[in-house]
Design a protein around this ligand. Structure first.
Ligand SMILES: [Zn+2]
Length: 66
C-alpha cells in the first residue's frame, strides 16, 4: 500500500498544509483524515465485539457453573 501525500483538496482544489485533516478553504476531509476515521471505526467495532464476547462468555460460564 503506497503512502501518497495529498497536496490539494478533492473538493475545491486548494493547497493543503502537510498532515492536514481538513481543507482550510472548504472543510472537506483529506484522504488521511478519512483513513483515520475508517481505522477508528474498525478499532471501535473490534472493541465492541470483544466486550460482547466477554459478556457472553461470562454469562455462559455462570449458567454452566450453577
Ligand atoms: Zn477544499
Amino acid at each position: 500500500m503506497a503512502m501518497q501525500v495529498q497536496v490539494a483538496c478533492d473538493s475545491c482544489g486548494a493547497e493543503l498544509v502537510p498532515d492536514a485533516a481538513y481543507c482550510e478553504r472548504c472543510g472537506t476531509r483529506t484522504h488521511r483524515a478519512k483513513r483515520m476515521v475508517r481505522l477508528a471505526i474498525r478499532v471501535e467495532l473490534l472493541f465492541f465485539f470483544l466486550v460482547c464476547a466477554v459478556v457472553v462468555g461470562f454469562a455462559w460460564i455462570y449458567s454452566v457453573q450453577k
